[in-house]
Design a binder for this molecule. Sequence first.
Ligand code: UD1
Length: 418
Amino acid sequence: MERVVVVGGSPLRGTVRASGAKNAALAILCASMLCPGRVVIENVPRIKDIEVMLELLAGLGAQVQVHTDGKVSVEPPSRIRGEASYNLVKQLRASNLLLGPLVGRFRSVRLALPGGCNIGARPMDLHFKGLQALGATLDVRRGYIEGRAGILRGTRIYLDLPSVGATENIMMAAVLARGQTVIENAAREPEVVDLANFLNAMGARVRGAGTDVIKVDGVENLVSEVHYAVIPDRIEAGTYMVAGVATRGEVTVTGVIPRHLEAVTAKLREAGAEVVEAEDSVTVRGTGPLGPIDVRTMPYPGFPTDMQSQIMALLTTVPGTSLIVENIFENRFQVAYELQRMGARVRVEGRVAVVEGVERLQGTSVRATDLRAAAALVVAGLAAEGRTEIHNAHYLARGYEDVVAKFQALGGEVRTDP
Ligand code: UD1
């Protein structure tokens, strides 16, 4: 999927179902390497990032099977074979989540320094600090992280920032450590909670996930057969909600946990959209008058950085001046320059973007720079007049299951360009 063509101008209408959460599934797949037997995971999205992760696990010696209906089974090896190679790791930032479970269980890991979307510096100091506090030795040599450990011992770890990845890595490493690990200023994202629930289903003792203090009491053994279903993808769901409003349409997303979408829901309501929450679905209507809003990305439960590009696409068409402050990743405004090509009036100054809504965006050729930028360009294309050609559209397949079919189901004219 190198190029996607969108013909905009008509409101999206209809219902789509959210897929399993990419970020939860990636962490859970990494955690499955802790299992002494077999793990069966349901609701795993069929996306490129998951494919790469499964290849990585297989490369380390795991038996991996992809069943129908989003079910995946993983049976880790009793000893690690090979290493997490640069070729795969460079495609997937989340491969860094193998560090915790591999050090925790196998006491040794060799992992190429991760790649992934180019949205900022994305250092790993907090991952290192946490794992080192548990007793692991980590070195970086010639682009590879080399980790070794004797017996890991639980301790108190304070994170300078509530990093999702560092919280997850430390949690996974602590599961088999001796004694209690306390993570302070832990990330509270729903995906962290989902990982904790999975670890507990495997026999771990993790408490407090979803708050800023997580306690892990080390256990000696984990159970050998686990079945687990991944939570719905709040970012994918949020993207369809925003697309519904941007096209002044009406979209229902089913199979969601509305509470996880609260920040997005609140901001859409503030902008004048109607959002109706049911038990496991949300409906948005963008048919009434819309007005400008201020958006600040923050760790959960704040507004997610992964929704910032999409909301920017929407705000370029909302009359008045909106303000977006990006507090998590410094490089996340690259999409602004592509939106400008479509006639958007966006000024970027450091971590702040000032968006002055225009009446209509104009379709043209644009280039996606990362996964969420790609999604934002589809949203913009659907709201625009005429034909938008999105280059580098392969980013979409990294994180959105059946994205073309789902937009088409809502009446969006979106197709891949062979
Ligand atoms: C995860 C998500 C990503 C999301 C992000 C923030 C996965 C696979 N990816 O990424 O989609 O955008 O959370 O919600 O779950 N930081 C440090 N040192 C570290 C680690 C992080 O300074 O050791 C900084 C980062 O530069 C960033 C902030 O902490 O500014 C948050 O990053 P983090 O929460 O770690 O994001 P990821 O886990 O990489």
